[in-house]
Design a protein. Sequence first.
Lengths: 944, 418
Amino acid sequence: MSAAPAYSEDKGGSAGPGEPEYGHDPASGGIFSSDYKRHDDLKEMLDTNKDSLKLEAMKRIVAMIARGKNASDLFPAVVKNVACKNIEVKKLVYVYLVRYAEEQQDLALLSISTFQRGLKDPNQLIRASALRVLSSIRVPIIVPIMMLAIKEAASDMSPYVRKTAAHAIPKLYSLDSDQKDQLIEVIEKLLADKTTLVAGSVVMAFEEVCPERIDLIHKNYRKLCNLLIDVEEWGQVVIISMLTRYARTQFLSPTQNESLLEENAEKAFYGSEEDEAKGAGSEDAAASALPARKPYVMDPDHRLLLRNTKPLLQSRSAAVVMAVAQLYFHLAPKAEVGVIAKALVRLLRSHSEVQYVVLQNVATMSIKRRGMFEPYLKSFYIRSTDPTQIKILKLEVLTNLANETNIPTVLREFQTYIRSMDKDFVAATIQAIGRCATNIGRVRDTCLNGLVQLLSNRDELVVAESVVVIKKLLQMQPAQHGEIIKHLAKLTDNIQVPMARASILWLIGEYCEHVPRIAPDVLRKMAKSFTAEEDIVKLQIINLAAKLYLTNSKQTKLLTQYVLSLAKYDQNYDIRDRARFTRQLIVPSEQGGALSRHAKKLFLAPKPAPVLESSFKDRDHFQLGSLSHLLNAKATGYQELPDWPEEAPDPSVRNVEVPEWTKCSNREKRKEKEKPFYSDSEGESGPTESADSEPESESESDSKSSSESGSGDSSSESENEDQDEDEEKVRGSESEQSEEDVEKRKTKKKKVPEGKGEASSSDEGSDSSSSSSESEMTSESEEEQLEPASWRRKTPPSSKSAPAAKEISLLDLEDFTPPSVQPVSPPAIVSTSLAADLEGLTLTDSTLVPSLLSPVSGVGRQELLHRVAGEGLAVDYTFSRQPFSGDPHMVSVHIHFSNSSDTPIKGLHLGTSKLPAGISIQEFPEIAPRPDSSTSPFSHLLGS
Amino acid sequence: MIHSLFLINSSGDIFLEKHWKSVVSRSVCDYFFEAQERATEAENVPPVIPTPHHYLLNVYRHKIFFVAVIQTEVPPLFVIEFLHRVVDTFQDYFGVCSEPVIKDNVVVVYEVLEEMLDNGFPLATESNILKELIKPPTILRTVVNTITGSTNVGDQLPTGQLSVVPWRRTGVKYTNNEAYFDVIEEIDAIIDKSGSTITAEIQGVIDACVKLTGMPDLTLSFMNPRLLDDVSFHPCVRFKRWESERILSFIPPDGNFRLLSYHVSAQNLVAIPVYVKHNISFRDSSSLGRFEITVGPKQTMGKTIEGVTVTSQMPKGVLNMSLTPSQGTHTFDPVTKMLSWDVGKINPQKLPSLKGTMSLQAGASKPDENPTINLQFKIQQLAISGLKVNRLDMYGEKYKPFKGIKYMTKAGKFQVRT
């Protein structure tokens, strides 16, 4: 093997005289001794105290493993080094263990205690890798230890370790499927995890262990949708494919009412493409227009999924793009599916393997939704440098896309392809022409003529294929094509390819009644040349003779007898047999009367026309993008894509308790801001706004993570207990939904805001966001009054909010220093800082009715005015990021006032605001003082 | 998911195997060899090969087959994309990805593969995370390691693994802070016999080489962003900002990366910078054919066309060619029937041409197809779509970086039918 010298560098100077690389053929005796020597040498190196020698030995052993050589007899020597201090030696020992532990289970147990110690290491990387190896060594006896380790790691404070735990779940499951129930518990726990790092891995574990437990997803559905964009690419693919299945069981089919509007949908599709260019804003508009047209109303969660996956079509990963494409294909209303075409066409520029898979899927899609890819017809044109398998798939797509209008261009393309050097491809092109001809009546004659010309091609494959296709085409409507059959008959003089001659004779025989004058003449010529023909042609001559004898015995009786006599003495026994058999059938005799009476039926039975259709038809019952779809066969472990339910299952199952929902919207919001990037990268201890980088606080208190302000975070340790209590309060009060109840809770000096007139399910989000942040304040100081208010404001998604957010915190320190007993008027703040966000937006005058405001789902809060600066009044604001139902150009902003001073606050109103051009704020009525110190949200609009 | 990986060279040797779950015997590759034989050419090996118990997914790059073995349903693109990522990572680590290089660095390769997948599911695929876990081999490091006994393996969790910017590590330091962007556009076109364009598209990429200290936050804006029809981003680009303002805002990865790839649609008129005049004819009677091609510039916006190469697959009937180029060199391989002509620069005053005769197989009738001509060329300092970068700004760091931008137009799949 030439590989040997290549490793010399790894061996370094230490390669001794017992050089291992000589032992290539284990069968010969001499080699065994060298093997023995080699291992002696390595064992010695492993037994020394010098790390460098150990490392050297391990490197050589790993190189052996890589080449597929057996190194299992070194197991005892290697396993001793599992506790080695040198991290690289340790890693290589791990590699070795994972490879051979299964074979040497008893010895492998020696290493377990090291891993158990590793699981407690303060370094998260060591904890994680200990768990990785422990779970990878496939020794059934340690299943209980693994289970314990996984459970522990699932609540580790490092998300990286939790991710490793998620990876370990399928490993344990494949080792011992009895652990399923316990593992499902762990999966459930990890599914609730809020970090993007874990999300992909745990969904992977879910798919492998319990894909049928769709109920575990309900509570995490919205979170997963919202996290999706931040998950790493591999996780995205798994999550999207799982969510596709989920959506199929939970939502109603968006196309159920569309069958009547088929035509409209086709047209709307073009519109939706333009929309895409304009961005998400217009997409929403399009989406809201859709239900207006039809009685079907899409579940908001269904919409959420579609909206959150759409940006991923821009991913650099082909797998992600494909995953989103299949999601849209299976879940989106017809009018919206079009957006995926552009992204899929883009993938055609990628590596040929990617092209291959994408084209397979495009072929399936293009049968169902032809309109989608029509604008990209030219992207499927074939280059002579494409590999044959790609050419054939492109041809398939081109054929599917051909219609009345583009058929001339398509056929012109096909014409060039027919002259290609790649004969397999030419044959496929001829088939494709045949399919175009059957599908589009207008061009059938042109195609036929073209194919007839091809009959004179020198290449046998081309001719054979053409004849086969012509045969199929003629079978569909023979009556109209007497001319072509005549033409074919004439060709018999020139065409030498036996296959083609045979096919022509079959055609003439089959349709002899259409060419009554020519057929006998052809038979005459054939009878003359019978002895010189190839076998298949001879068989067809007998066939033709028999058919003519039955239809036109007067003219052909003698000819037939002549042919049969010739055949009787042919060298080939097949032909002799056929001649004897035919004679018995067609020539009435005394004994065989029973069969010959039916001879006509036997020979001239109407044969069904072959159907020319795509091999990709009906492939879409497999989930697109899956292996099963590609192979057109069910692969092991394939999860059927369920049909849409008749009745929508209860959507409320997806409603989540406060903190999680708030949290994920925080994330969403965070995406917009520049700030978190810095803070997060500072590591776990730095002040952060997201739970991702803050595992400690997160694991202890959910509500903690929902509070976004930096001040809260810094004092996290001390607050955690309080907050846990708070959280319970919040949950309890929510269920009661009454202001009076809140009063009673004042014993703890906590106020819980209630959404007045906003009691719908998604309302919980807004409640929770306010409640959790309030509870935070409570833990800092006493407060007598809380007045959360919610405003709304609409703006197209704009990243400007990010700098603005920072600005605000600066402003409130500078602007609000003078202590005043009177409350600071919020409008001033709005005009100075928020207004900056609103630049470039248009004015509107629509009056607002609070009831117009749709409930706000949870959103992270920004501090507008700090309690100290505002003399007891604290103001927070949130962008609800929901469309405002009153005016599509507006965004809603929720402003929460909380008063922690003794004085009641009166006369909250919107002052005169100096706004930059193009921005407007919807007025809201003055807010009455709240002496009862209960809370009431009020909604107002800030327009744009 | 991914059970095992086999690396197979073009002569059919399995030179590396790695298993992430229990061991799959390498005899499974026999199915692959069978398929390879049937396909005759490497590029025609089907990417997915079903076998009774496994599925083999493979990619072919740098003359190596990367064959992944899987056992259960998994999106095929997931595996294919991963395999390509593996190749890219090797390339990133070792400069080139070839059989000898992989064999030389087999331990590092093994360590990297170990980190990339856990139980068959991708764990760390970002090159900057991997490089913190396992440092790429350099001559200097090898020397230092031999002396000091330190290792190539990091003992801390890479910072990127936990942050929201997994593509960038903290604590990057450079003395010269520089950011270079290359706008490279490729023209894909099919030109028909008469010289008219059948289809033409522009595919562009912006490749960046960013060596900046700390955590810089960059924004890149275009003069004419509307040109971009379809874009795909590196994960670092903030999608929302692009949607609303058509500005690329991102915290860049350290080193080389592809920031953006875009597509300028076929609807826009694409300027075709070259034309090819050709006269290739076979005659039925004689065993000689005539061959003549001339390449000339067209719509080049005043720039010179460089690096022109013409390749053409001649029909099987062509035995040999005797040609004289007016410039450059040409070769004809009588076995593969591949003609290639390295033209070099095009001088508009004196157009390069290649003339001569082809000798055909005696007795055989003339080939019914004419060869297609594939063209390669480069135009420096020009983005053929007209895309222009407006400005690059940096936030978040104090220093002043050196910024550079380069434009280039190349031929992609540029084909002339004759």
